[in-house]
Design a protein around this ligand. Sequence first.
Ligand code: UDP
Length: 472
Amino acid sequence: MASNKPLIHVFLVSFPAQGHVNPLLRLAKLLASKGNFLITFSTTKSTGRNMKKAGANVSGDPIPVGKCGSMIRFEFFNDGYSDDSDKEVQDYKSYFTLLETNGKKSLITIINRLRDDGRPVSYIINNPFVPWVSDLAEEVNIPSAMLWVQSCACFSLYYHYEKSSLSFPSQEQPDIDVHLPNMPVLKDYEIPTFLHPSSQFPYIGRIILGQIKSLSKTTCVLIETYEELEDDLIKYVSKSCPIRAVGPLFKIPLLEFETAANITGDMTKVDDCLGWLDSHDPSSVVYIAFGSHVILNEEQLTEMAYGVLNSGTSFLWVMKSRLPEEFLEAVGGRGMVVNWSPQPQVLAHPAVSCFVTHCGWNSTIEALSSGVPVVAFPQYGDQVTNARYLVDEWKVGIGMRRRGEPEKKLIGRKEVGECLREVTCGVKAAEMKENALKWKKLAEAAVAVGGSSDRNLQEFVDDVRSLSVLVE
Ligand code: UDP
């Protein structure tokens, strides 16, 4: 681990999910570009294996990154579940407990070993779903921060749910509206589904609320958003909680690091589809992708497939299930189906006209800051809140579905086609595109040198420096 310059050792711990790894690894690269850091990126061993299989450089030896002498290295921890095999987690409820018990033990061993090797960790950053990392940091007396990987609106919802006496839907009153300061009034089905009394996954809500409970143990909360996007709300929340908007993290021009050092977070091998997009006219291809978890049921998949087919548009579709054989024959060269796409590059491609999305926060902020209008198809969690904001607040698209999966509403092929037409060539299409381009421009300004996110990050880096020890 030799390096010539003294470095500050920052240890990043991610929950093992694509939507958590991506923003935290982007933050790692961004920190590396800002100062003299040794960054250790950590998540579970099976996630590390998946990243490696997908082609990432996940070396335990430090990889030089950026112009400030920084290094990034990887070290994966034991979650007590998948150390020797890559079996998928079936029961998240018991997995969260296993992850905490084993993860804590394994991380403490790693952090102690790094100290004994003369590379003491100066600062820890985690993301939601592993709130125990903030407890661990306190226990080993290392300052810590948390990267919130959802919108500030969702942060405010979880924060108020945990800490204030404002009313939320309950067993007694499941369908009341939610009134929070500096936010639009939300219908009960527009708050993160994990906070709703009808949620099938209340333990996920509890684990996220656990992160809010642990806030007193962290020095600040970095948020994957930008001030221009959630302006008044960020100002309001900052009054009670030390938050810093530092996004959109993927927008930061660090792609050269990725290609040079191959430090990527993809857990699935990326299929090449950029060449196929190159052969298409500007704004002629619909991009369809639902993140890393959502799988449509067969009936919905078929309706969506024929809705897209009948609309006559070209499309690029990220798909884990199999499409009906006769559908693929009918499509011919008009569509491309891939297992995993280089999504940020796809959204930046001029051929893409709109994005049919499940509205995960990463996909949401990537679309917004790439200037791509959306057809929102939220399923659960914060996706329903993001869909509400995309459609009604940021006005960059329409909702094919508004209430998420719990409603169990099948969207038929006719409706799918109508939605695609509305966003690409309907009466409001030009206005939605214009709005999307406005958010893109503001995102670019936020991450440019001296922009709001750049300044917030620099302040954070200064704080980390002031709290840290240098290591040779
Ligand atoms: N993504 C990708 N290729 C794909 C689909 C998704 O690179 O084919 C990335 C996407 O850019 C985003 C992340 O995977 O950064 C998905 O995160 P999101 O919050 O949108 O959804 P989740 O997977 O957490 O539901």
